[in-house]
Design a protein around this ligand. Structure first.
Ligand SMILES: NC(=O)c1ccc[n+]([C@@H]2O[C@H](COP(=O)([O-])OP(=O)(O)OC[C@H]3O[C@@H](n4cnc5c(N)ncnc54)[C@H](O)[C@@H]3O)[C@@H](O)[C@H]2O)c1
Length: 228
């Protein structure tokens, strides 16, 4: 995501709890176009401080991408309370705190775009993913709610719903055979890449998309509309 926006000339602020990942992602970008913040998105005060600092140093803020996730599979009845709490703290409350932090700055900039990372899990049942699906469903509802609420400030709010995408997080729970089966099940016989997901985020933040708001865009090679 950061690279896609930086490639368009944007100055990007990357916020992640994992400093090693953060530094590694930032090292591939021009130093003058990136700021990193080792920060837990579930820590409201830390998120607000990081976003305020970014906006002050970058001279404003006009795009927010809510991407962080803490993922855990399991049958709902077996999910420990601490795991459910952490998933909600990162995936839902983290997005809420980031929005609280960013909206005043985006408004001050005269408008912009917010992009929430949803999932096709909201549309089709993913085994053992009840908590994850609940969070992503909430983000979809939040997207539509804020699209109207923030329209007077010239802020568009959309969501991206990827199908399966090979990323470090997803690969920690899906093996090579799992990826092969997921690819085979899509009508297009392929999976979107992280770069393709990021390209859609860049589009939704671009001038070409100024009248697109409240939409959840599926990027799933057709899996959610394919028959048996
Ligand atoms: N990969 C897929 O198949 C897929 C499919 C549908 C939707 N998505 C969504 O796309 C987004 C990105 O997914 P991904 O596959 O790249 O995930 P990932 O697990 O590879 O990356 C998630 C990132 O979030 C960071 N993070 C975790 N907890 C955090 C916290 N408390 N504070 C700040 N950062 C934190 C991690 O360090 C990591 O860099 C997620 O919202 C995910 O739900 C992914």
């Amino acid at each position: 995501m950061a690279k896609a926006f930086a490639d368009q000339g944007a100055t990007v602020g990357m916020l992640d709890v994992n400093k090693t990942l953060l530094d590694s992602a930032a090292s591939g970008l021009p130093a003058e176009q990136v700021q990193t913040f080792a920060c837990d998105v579930s820590d409201r005060a830390a998120v607000i401080a990081a976003v305020d600092r970014f906006a002050a140093e970058a001279g404003g803020l006009d795009v927010l991408v809510n991407n962080a996730v803490y993922f855990h599979y399991g049958p709902l009845v077996e999910m420990p309370e601490a795991v459910v709490d952490k998933m909600i703290d990162v995936g839902l409350k983290g997005a809420l705190w980031s929005l609280q932090a960013a909206i005043p700055h985006i408004t001050k900039s005269g408008g912009g775009a917010i992009i929430n990372l949803s999932s096709i899990a909201v549309s089709i049942s993913i085994p053992r993913a009840a908590v994850y699906t609940s969070i992503k469903g909430a983000l979809d509802a939040l997207t539509r709610q804020l699209a109207v609420e923030l329209a007077p400030h010239n802020i568009t709010v959309n969501a991206l719903a990827p199908g399966s995408v090979v990323t470090p997080g997803a690969s920690s729970v899906i093996d090579a055979e799992g990826w092969r089966k997921r690819t085979e099940r899509t009508p297009l016989k392929r999976l979107a890449t992280p770069e393709e997901i990021a390209a859609s985020a860049v589009f939704l933040a671009s001038d070409a998309a100024r009248t697109i708001t409240g939409v959840t865009l599926k990027i799933d090679a057709g899996i959610t509309i394919s028959g048996p």
